[in-house]
Write a protein that binds this ligand. Structure first.
Ligand code: GLY
Length: 375
């Protein structure tokens, strides 16, 4: 769906002298010059793009920059989690030096979470840190990873184990880009939208129950999509502004992630299970844990499963179709970077009442895992 004008919402991430805007609308990359000119020190940028995204949208972005007389060079990154590695980081840094990137230049990350995390990390260390602009191209990156400044790469010991907090200078969300996203990826990103309703906004969850299909339909409804993305970004911006470095409240954003990461690790990051799909199933498990702890209504878990199924999404481990064992999943969880003082951190509760818990006994976790494997 294309619009004639850039319908636009602005969400502010209030971080003092590092505050920045998230600009949300349709057609923004066509007019990108007007969204970045004011934050460039000289009319020159390097775009780092996912190769798939580049094939579809790089020319539009380049034309948009050219229209504002901004010179652009591009570097293409292979799509997929494997690009979040030391070797690709080293290559990227070298390419950026070879292109003459100076301390005051800006780099644009043009892609999904992989490109955003990699480019954010490279920017945070290149010449001791340069500014970067996020143009997230997936729903998941728009509602989660492009906002909040977490950057990083993976190591053989786990995902995102090496990284920095480095906030972008601006985030430009062009919702036209979602039209070329594979439906499965759109659904995976939608899990992170649902997450914001589950954390502390039961009215938003209810709105999604009624309107989620408008966002996920082939011709995504513009007003509903803008509303859901703005609402998600507002929720994320509020939490990040309160707790940028995750010493407390920001951990709520990890709802569904402790269970989800174990499922992802078991599936091997090869596309069998997308991150958002793992989070969706993990959120169902978090509500089950909430019920065991007396924090969730009996019907909350079923309500979430019903909504995910209505959105044609995976909701249980059985939906993945990969045999798994509770003990193996528990072992993956012990590797999670959210372990604190040897204890796992769980975000659990009911719909709209998530809390952070570090006191969950292993036997309770095993019961949740066994329930999920039996479902
Ligand atoms: N994706 C979780 C966070 O940004 O904190």
């Amino acid at each position: 769906m294309k619009s004639e004008t850039s319908v636009q919402e602005i969400v502010n991430v209030d971080l003092g002298d590092r505050a920045y805007e998230i600009r949300i609308g349709y057609g923004l990359i066509r007019e990108i010059g007007s969204h970045v000119s004011d934050i460039l020190k000289r009319p020159k940028v390097v775009i780092v793009a996912d190769r798939n995204v580049a094939g579809l949208h790089l020319d539009t972005l380049l034309d948009g920059l050219k229209a504002s007389a901004i010179e652009a060079k591009s570097i293409l990154i292979e799509p997929g989690e494997a690009s979040k590695s030391f070797s690709i980081l080293e290559q990227l840094l070298d390419d950026l030096f070879a292109m003459g990137v100076e301390r005051n230049d800006r780099v644009i990350a043009f892609g999904g979470g992989v490109v955003g995390d990699l480019v954010g990390f490279a920017s945070s260390i290149l010449r001791r840190g340069i500014d970067f602009i996020q143009i997230p191209t997936t729903l998941l990156a728009q509602v989660d990873s492009s906002v909040g400044g977490k950057t990083g790469i993976n190591t053989p010991r786990g995902k995102n184990l090496v990284g920095t907090f480095h906030q972008p200078l601006r985030v430009i969300m062009d919702l036209d880009l979602l039209a070329t996203l594979p439906p499965r990826e759109l659904r995976a990103g939608y899990a992170e939208v649902v997450k914001y309703g589950l954390i502390d906004d039961p009215d938003f969850f209810e709105w999604l129950e009624e309107n989620g299909h408008l966002i996920l339909s082939a011709n995504g409804d513009m007003a509903a999509t803008i509303y859901a993305i703005s609402k998600s970004c507002q929720a994320k911006a509020r939490i990040v502004a309160e707790d940028e470095r995750e010493s407390g409240k920001r951990a709520l954003l990890n709802l569904g992630h402790t269970f989800g990461h174990a499922l992802e690790a078991e599936c091997g990051y090869d596309g069998t299970l997308l991150h958002g799909e793992a989070v969706a199933i993990g959120m169902v498990m978090a509500l089950d844990l909430g019920h065991m702890l007396g924090l969730a209504d009996a019907g909350d878990k079923d309500r979430l499963i019903k909504h995910l199924r209505a959105m044609d999404m995976r909701a249980t481990i059985a939906d993945i179709g990969v045999p798994m064992k509770a003990e193996t999943l528990l072992a993956h969880m012990a590797q999670d970077k959210k372990v604190e003082d040897g204890k796992l951190v769980f975000i659990t509760g009911g719909i709209g009442t998530a809390t952070i818990r570090k006191d969950i006994h292993e036997s309770t976790v095993l019961r949740v895992l066994e329930n999920a494997l039996d479902a």
